[in-house]
Design a protein around this ligand. Structure first.
Ligand code: NAP
Length: 258
């Protein structure tokens, strides 16, 4: 299917690795020029080089943190210089504090502050800086990566659930406010996607990873490509009448009917 977005420009945040990198690559495969943004300079520049080489699109790497106002202001000015503006904004973030804990065990104020900043503030900081420049273009797509835990809280994911619910509410406000400008605003809510940190040792033991893969009717973890396809669809012309929504990508782990 031709998604109708060839030649558009996308910013994908938190994109030196994992889902962000995969989403930027998937959009580039549709002929979209991409801006990647994360803190690890060398890795990020490698991602941009690889995307450009593989897909023949323009790929700009801007190094910085989503948490820092000055870095995001620099990002906006680099986008303006290179492309004049963007059409597609993908708000992916770094992960919440580890180890993951239940609500009753989340007693440390520093972890709450960190989770607020890395999940919710980082998303708002980028959206509030970049979105105003999308308003005059008559067409746009904003897509945030949240978590299926927003729909059904998962054990130990309290910090993720609370602030991603905040992102979901923020995105709904934006959807209501910018629809008249031809901009749709949606969330993709993953769970059990086998990106490097899920398969590595940071958050789960191998036994926990094994147990988690059995949580879905499909009996496996999801692949990064499976989340990219959903983001690319929401970015497409065909998704123009979907806004203010969340699409879950969690292999049927959520057991509710609606
Ligand atoms: N995998 C799943 O099943 C799943 C489920 C629900 C939600 N999620 C969420 O989806 C997001 C992506 O997951 P992932 O598995 O792709 O994570 P990942 O592999 O750890 O990648 C995280 C990316 O975020 C970047 N990043 C971190 N802090 C940043 C900052 N302050 N500013 C800019 N970039 C920053 C990192 O790059 P630098 O270090 O270079 O900055 C890296 O590129 C995470 O928030 C994760 O919690 C994942």
């Amino acid at each position: 299917m031709n998604l109708g977005i060839q030649g558009k420009v996308a910013l994908v945040t938190a994109s030196s690795d994992g889902m962000g990198k995969n989403i930027a690559t998937a959009l580039a495969a549709e002929g979209v020029n991409v801006v990647v943004f994360a803190r690890s300079a060398e890795k990020l520049q490698g991602v941009a080089r690889e995307i450009s080489k593989q897909h023949g699109v323009k790929a700009l790497a801007v190094v910085g943190s989503m948490l820092e106002r000055a870095d995001v202001a620099h990002l906006a000015s680099e986008i303006k210089k290179a492309f004049g503006g963007i059409d597609i904004l993908v708000l992916n973030t770094g992960r919440p504090p580890i180890p993951l804990r239940d609500a009753i065990d989340e007693l440390d104020e520093d972890r709450w502050d960190e989770a607020y900043r890395t999940q919710l503030w980082s998303t708002i900081n980028v959206a509030k800086t970049i979105l105003p420049s999308m308003l005059g273009r008559g067409w746009g797509r904003v897509i945030a990566v949240t978590s299926a835990s927003v729909k059904e809280p998962m054990s130990h994911h309290c910090l993720s659930t609370v602030f991603r619910a905040g992102i979901t509410a923020y995105m709904k406000h934006l959807a209501n406010e910018v629809g008249a400008h031809g901009i749709t605003v949606n969330c993709v809510a993953p769970a059990l996607i086998a990106t490097p940190h899920r398969t590595g040792s940071a958050a789960y033991t191998p036994a926990q990873t094994e147990a988690r893969s059995k949580l879905t009717p499909l009996g496996r973890m999801g692949s990064p490509e499976e989340i990219c396809g959903t983001v690319s669809f929401l970015a497409s012309m065909q998704a123009g009448f979907i806004t203010g929504s969340t699409i879950n990508v969690e292999g049927g782990m959520l057991r509710a009917i609606v």
